[in-house]
Design a protein around this ligand. Sequence first.
Ligand code: SF4
Length: 464
Amino acid sequence: MTDLEGPRDHCGVFGVYGHEDAAKLTYFGLYALQHRGQESAGIVASDGKKISEYKSMGLVHDVFKEETLERMPGHLAIGHVRYSTTGSSLLINAQPFTVRHAGRTISLGHNGNLINAHGLRKRLEQEGSIFQASSDTEIIVHLIAKNLWLGFEEAVVKALGMVKGAYSLTMMTEDMLIAARDPKGFRPMCLGSLNGGWVVASETCALDLIEAEYVRDVEPGEILFIDKNGVKSVKPWPETRSAFCIFEYIYFARPDSNIYGHNVYAIRKRQGAELAKEYPVDVDVVMPFPDSGNYAALGYAEARSMPLDLGMIRNHYVGRTFIQPSQTMRDFGVRVKLNPVKALLKDKRVLVIEDSIIRGTTARTRIKAIKDCGVKEVHMVVSCPPHRFPCYYGIDFSSRGELIACDNSVEDIAKYIGLDSLGYLSLDGLISSTKVEKEWFCLACFDGDYPEGPIDGLSKHCME
Ligand code: SF4
């Protein structure tokens, strides 16, 4: 994955119940989940009576200061890091969302995307609901508020029964933490314990950072109500085929995370080993595009008993945005973040390992930078199949026009990027690298078979 072309990460959620420093723990949890969203960060905390909240645009360490967290006392907190997939990148869309209704406060953080948001929102507006933001997450809060007459837990079940699509949620009231995953389990979520308290997080790397013990993954279709009585698990819906996003294993999740006991680092290395079987290209140098290509590149080089070289060096001190060169200057934007090692690459036949190609624009710029070093040949292998179909479940490529593989052959893509050859891992090779049954996954962006539909305004097999 090339940083500037996306798809960028979606969102990360975190929650703590039963720790005196809940807000601070949440801050550290969000640090570990920063790769899942870099636009905004927010924390809501409760001491059992009073809720305090703070959210702003920016990275976790920019948003929160020591004094901010000091003003958020309590044993209960949830947090959220966001990259917008629906709703624009504005503070008003930052999460967690908090509403006060009928004497109760409800806060919610969402990772995923609701596919029937448009219709639900229209209906709620016709019934008098007033929305503050454009993100689809607020719909869930309104649906809960509308059904509170049933009792809080029933209202949550009722609301989640009405939404469709992908959601891993952390929610809280003054005295309860709630975690929920959609029935197909598109996005990851796990449960941990810490000194008699409970932690929920998008990924296990957040549990590791705060030294919480991993208990288990939250099941698809499961809702956890966590309060002074412990953890109550509810599975209100009939079991259905699961559709875990396989792209979490390719790119999104952090390599030190485990999902259902499968380590992401190990899976990415096996993707590289599968690539080595499918594309034993004869070259002098094997190198990744750092950092996301690193793990598959290790697997590729190991499988072929070749050394792995780091032919591009990453500048770790560049922020998310930097001043672009003016038009009169050469386009050296790519070198601000990544610079090829000319002395290593000159006169060599080079193989670059990449985890995915979405739009192709940044790969093209980077390959040009490599070619400018005077290489003899440059080849690329990619550790997943071509992305031919949009994602409607929370990843930010939601139209076919954004995908270079949608209307172009592999040869055409290689030509556009400037490669001597290009190979994509087969779907079978990808599945085999996970050691999990194919039926467990959503593979829609590769094979067009959407596990959950219809999307508002689109039919299930024609989501273009
Ligand atoms: Fe993940 Fe692709 Fe499915 Fe989206 S369409 S949930 S990116 S596998």
